[in-house]
Each structure stands twice: as C-alpha cells, then as structure tokens.
Write a protein that binds this ligand. Structure first.
Ligand code: PEP
Ligand code: MG
Length: 373
C-alpha cells in the first residue's frame, strides 16, 4: 500500500471524496490532479507493476553478482504473518526480527511461554535457515505504556534499547531464556540493539550466560553454539568496532539509527528529513569502515536498515563487501534482480567513486546513472 508521511496538516481540511494523486515512492501528493498528472501517475503505476512482475522471477534465486559472488538476502519481520510473506518473496532467512512488536498492544510483558511460542513459529517458517532475533528495542520512538517509561527531552538520545534492558535485567533475561529455548529447534541468532560501549555488550553477555546457566539447571535444551551479534547503530560503535568485534560473532549495520546519529537529525522530524539520508558519504564511509574492521577480525557483517530496500543502492551493498543484507520482504525480488546486473569489480569502482563525493544528492545521481545504464 503506497503511503506518504510528513505532509502538512492542511491535508486534514480536504473534503471527503476529493480525488487525490499519490506517489509513495517520491513522497508526493496531488490534490485534484489534472488529466496530464493523472495519466503520468497511471503510467508510472503500470510500469512499476510490470517491473514488479519481472522482479518476481528473481525471488527464489540467490542474489548473485554477474561474476558469481553471492550476497545473503534476508528479511526484516515483526510477526509470523511477515515471516510467511518474507518466505514467499524469497527471503533466505530473517536478518532482523523486531521482537519489540511482541510487547506492543497489550497491558503487560509477554510471558516466557508466549515468547517461546512466537519465536518457534518464526523458526518453523524458515526451517533450518537463520532467524536473527533482536532483543527488545524500546524507547526512542517506541514507547511501551505499561512500563511507564519517563518522557524524555531527547528520547533518541535517552533510555532506549540495550540501555533500558541492562537497567531491567529480569526483562532481558526472560527474553533471552525464551530465545535460547526456541533455539533448540531452529537456527536462531541473538542480536543486541543500540550498543555504544564495550561494557554494554559484556554486560549483555553476562545476562545471556546467566540465562544459559538457569536453563541448564532445569535441563532445558538450547543451541550451545548460538551466535551473538550486535547492531551497529551509533557512531561510537563504528569508532570502536575493532574492540566490539572481539566480543561478538557478527555485526548488523542499522542504517536507520546510524544515519540519524551521524547526521544529528531526529529520524521522525520532517523538517530535517532531507538531511537524514543513508546515501550521504558521511554515512557510507562509516559503513565502509565497519565492514573493513569486521572482516579484519574475521566476523561477518550484514546491513538491516532501510538503505537495503533502496534499489539504487544495490551496487554499494555489493561494492562495500557486505556478507548479507536484510530488508523489507516486498523489496527482496527487486534487490536480487539489481545485484545480478553488476560484477564485483564494477560495484567496487562505483562504491570507491561514491565514497569521494560531497553529498547525498551527488551519490544519488551516480547511482541512478549506474542502475539505468
Ligand atoms: C535501524 O536502526 O537501522 C534498524 C534496523 O532498527 P530500527 O529501524 O528498528 O530502529
Ligand atoms: Mg534501530
């Protein structure tokens, strides 16, 4: 369903029944569009539908560059329904299960049994393929009314994600026990969000070890070799990636938050929306740095922010050397198709050029040209 956000409040004054034109891709709305605009929008819609049909042919193939390099393509999901759609769209697993959605729209915390059941259902959809469960990431733009989180002046700079969980270890431990229990029957990996310091990942791993010990004491089986990773979402995490890499099995770059923190822009504030672009070389250089450091330390690195759904970014995803990407399920076939158009050396050349550009607009222009040509 196409959607446009951040439109001015005058939109509320429009009378019911008024014809509107909408372009969810460009983020534009037309009130009573003239015949020429209507025809242009219809033409674009038909072209997109035809192209989506062609993309679908790539859904169940691997994402392979023209010279044969594979990049894992997984899905970002929030519930079982998403997981099923993701499988149909060709996802090779779940790269980001946003577990906080289990905690929303209810009046108290989900029990360990409720959580186990959901995690198991998601792993059943994907059988032996990986499902990366991100631990509770609330705070910021995601409040949980029944936890009575205090309102903060700068919620995105406040008590969110791992910070909240480390201060409420019982909530985190319950969740980790549920994830571990579900890991006995599927290929689950654990991912901690919003890591800023080494001390945080060490503390999170201590709670994970406690959860493992308690399960062992009660003879509940789990995957003893479960992989543990972190999201790279803060500039600090990029700067100390060499230290963080010693603590974990993988990184997953969360470009949504990483971009807002690098660009110093609230990702929900439409007034600064033009600045919050993951295509800005400032962001791309930090992604590049993270990938290099991960590989120097022999851990794999993925990317699960919205950048992966921007089809024009395909050559950068390949050229930066990411091992896998995770994106919204609907965008998977188009990404696989786009990757197939480039060889690794072409993608690296485009990426090298882009890292030297001045701004997001220049990057976008180069990418559009490279995708079209
Ligand atoms: C991100 O920050 O890029 C991310 C994937 O997490 P979320 O969008 O859920 O904050
Ligand atoms: Mg995030």
């Amino acid at each position: 369903i196409p959607a446009v956000v951040g439109v001015p409040s005058e939109i509320l004054q429009i009378a019911n029944g008024t014809l509107l034109g909408m372009d969810g891709e460009a983020g534009r709305v037309w009130i009573k569009p003239d015949a020429v605009t209507q025809a242009a929008l219809k033409g674009k819609q038909e072209k997109q539908q035809a192209s989506q049909q062609q993309n679908l042919a790539f859904a169940h193939q691997r994402a392979t560059s023209r010279d044969g390099k594979n990049i894992g393509v997984l899905a970002n999901v929030s519930n079982i329904n998403d997981a099923q759609i993701a499988l149909d769209m060709g996802a090779e697993g779940v790269g980001l299960f946003r577990s906080e959605f289990l905690y929303f729209n209810r009046e108290n915390l989900p029990t360990v049994e409720e959580q186990i059941s959901i995690y198991q259902q998601v792993t059943e959809v994907f059988q032996k393929r990986a499902v990366i469960i991100r631990t509770l990431d609330i705070g910021g733009d995601k409040p949980l009314p029944y936890l009575n989180l205090p309102s903060e002046n700068n919620p995105f700079l406040g008590w969110r994600g791992i910070r909240y969980c480390l201060d409420n270890p019982d909530i985190l431990k319950t969740q980790l026990k549920a994830i571990l229990t579900a890991s006995d029957k599927g290929k689950i990996k654990i991912m901690f969000p919003m890591i800023t310091t080494v001390a945080e990942i060490k503390a999170a791993k201590t709670i994970l070890n406690q959860a493992k010990t308690e399960l062992q004491q009660t003879n509940i089986p789990f995957d003893k070799n479960i992989e543990v990773g972190i999201m790279i979402e803060t500039p600090s995490a990029v700067a100390i990636a060499d230290k963080l890499a010693l603590e974990v099995d993988f990184f997953s770059i969360g470009t949504n938050d990483l971009t807002q923190y690098i660009m110093a822009c609230d990702r929900t504030n439409p007034k600064v929306a033009n600045l919050v672009s993951a295509l800005h070389p400032g962001v791309l250089r930090m992604i590049h740095q993270t990938v290099e450091i991960a590989h120097q330390h022999n851990i794999w690195v993925g990317l699960c922010g919205e950048l992966a759904s921007e089809i024009i970014a395909a050559p950068i995803l390949l050229g930066l050397g990411l091992d896998e990407v995770s994106l919204n399920p609907q965008a998977i076939p188009a990404l696989k198709r786009a990757i197939a158009n480039f060889s690794v050396s072409e993608a690296e050349a485009i990426t090298g050029e882009i890292l030297q550009l001045e701004g997001a607009e220049e990057v976008r222009e180069v990418l559009i040209k490279s995708v079209i040509s």
